[in-house]
Write a protein that binds this ligand. Structure first.
Ligand code: BTN
Length: 244
């Protein structure tokens, strides 16, 4: 039955089990949250988010069709954190930077690869997928905590730290609340400054695969969340750090 278990938890509802443990963390840290949806197994939390109300958080232990950027697959085995936050429509590019910043602030020594991959010692442990659906902004966060990873360029947090999924979820949601409140309060410059300090793409030689082609050069960060490479402003793309 493990596969089919799911539960909708409203703010103020009490109960036992890991679904309530994660729900309690989410409600404590995210003041705006109305409901927490827990899935033992789900196709994709971002997909469920499309059919959920703003101010919901969709959480899954496992995803069968986890999605990444550019239509890629996000392998989502047990032991990782997979969740999506549904919010009223706002700038999705700023919201994804806010999410990457919140994760990077939660994990010691981690750095951001523009726009929103979070790396530890050069290996990716977190990916973020921001999407707009109807009148909603959806931000999906995947973090490798103690799940096995299959690629050389990826890692999980347990290879470096004695940490738990609860501890990571607590820190990320706490930082997300702070950064999201700042975004809504019009303090984008301050949020961006924190992002820029943790972003290692700044000043690096990069190759960016954009819908218009490949650009190579030294990357500079812009406050609107874009990068400038060879005089060209890029808002979205797959960025590779090259050896300088
Ligand atoms: C990427 O790096 O390409 C983005 C990966 C985003 C993965 C997360 S896991 C939770 C949410 N649900 C999904 O299907 N994708 C995002």
């Amino acid at each position: 039955m493990r596969g089919s278990f799911s539960r909708l938890i409203k703010r103020g509802e009490k109960g036992e089990g890991k679904e309530f443990e994660f729900a309690e963390i989410a409600f404590r840290n995210l003041d705006f949250l109305d409901e927490f949806q827990f899935f033992e197994v789900v196709d994709s939390t971002n997909e469920r988010a499309k059919f959920s109300k703003p101010f919901s958080l969709i959480f899954a232990e496992e995803q069968t069709s986890g999605r990444g950027r550019f239509g890629r697959k996000w392998v989502s085995r047990r032991g990782g954190l997979y969740f999506s936050i549904v919010l009223p429509l706002c700038s999705i590019s700023k919201l994804t930077l806010v999410s990457a910043l919140s994760v990077a602030e939660s994990v010691k020594d981690s750095r951001i690869k523009w726009p929103n991959d979070v790396l530890l010692f050069g290996k990716k442990f977190c990916g973020i997928l921001g999407e707009v659906f109807e009148d909603k902004a959806i931000v999906g966060i995947g973090i490798n905590v103690e799940n096995e990873v299959e690629f050389d360029f990826a890692c999980n947090l347990r290879s470096f730290y004695r940490t738990s999924r609860e501890e990571v979820f607590d820190a990320v949601t706490r930082n997300f609340a702070k950064n999201y409140v700042d975004l809504l309060a019009g303090k984008w410059s301050e949020v961006f400054e924190r992002y820029a300090k943790l972003c290692e793409t700044r000043g690096k030689r990069v190759r960016v695969l954009t819908p218009k082609g490949v650009i190579e050069g030294v990357a500079e960060l812009c406050e609107d969340g874009a990068i400038v490479v060879n005089g060209e402003k890029v808002y979205s793309g797959d960025c590779i750090h090259l050896l300088n």
